[in-house]
Design a protein around this ligand. Structure first.
Ligand code: GLN
Length: 193
């Protein structure tokens, strides 16, 4: 099993480190032929407009949608979660999205005062709390019936799962704790067994 990290922009190296700490073999994906070689993919945070444009320019949008529709596990963090969302509301759109996950997000939805913050999360399936770093995160405003909410901050979903798709509005690659990446690696192994 090989887990790819989309390498167009953002915390690519940090995700590689966290996935390897969780026991995965990794590869950085920037081109279509590299996508064909991985069994799952992490979409890092960064700037969703930029990453979307690059996905479009490198002709990765359609192949990625096809792989996701065919069951390839995807994990999007922050901007990556925005790219996975079916709908985006609010003043900032994110064109060139994958739109594969049944949720609505609002970019930079916490407003200026709460631009960036940290929180201790209780995450379903993890015993101890997880220190989560949020950087200009989107707000998940709504989720479809097949989406499970695995963690919340003040009643607002911040980690969600829909079958083989996982998305968080925080950055687990920014702390040394690899348990969320390990959760994703387990999701991949479960699909393969
Ligand atoms: N604010 C960014 C966006 O809307 C996301 C920030 C992040 O990925 N940390 O694309």
């Amino acid at each position: 099993m090989k887990v790819g990290v989309l390498g167009l922009q953002g915390d690519v190296r940090e995700h590689v480190r966290a996935l390897e700490a969780a026991g995965a073999v990794t590869a950085v994906v920037k081109r279509r032929d590299q996508l064909a070689d991985v069994d799952a993919l992490v979409l890092p945070g960064g700037e969703s407009t930029t990453i979307g444009k690059l996905l479009d320019r490198y002709e990765l949008l359609e192949p990625l949608r096809e792989r996701a529709a065919g069951g390839m596990p995807l994990y999007g963090t922050c901007a990556g979660a925005i790219l996975m969302a079916r709908d985006v509301t609010g003043p900032h759109d994110a064109p060139h999205r994958l739109g594969v996950m049944d949720m609505t997000v609002r970019r930079n939805g916490y407003g200026r005062q709460l631009d960036s913050f940290e929180a201790d999360l209780g995450i379903d399936g993890l015993e101890d709390s997880f220190r989560a770093v949020f950087i200009r995160p989107p707000v998940i405003e709504g989720t479809g019936p097949d989406v499970e909410v695995l963690a919340e901050v003040d009643g607002q979903a911040v980690l969600v799962r829909q079958g083989h798709l996982l998305a968080s509005t925080f950055h687990p690659e920014m702390t040394p704790d690899a348990r969320v990446h390990a959760m994703f690696v387990r999701m991949i192994s479960q699909r393969e067994s």
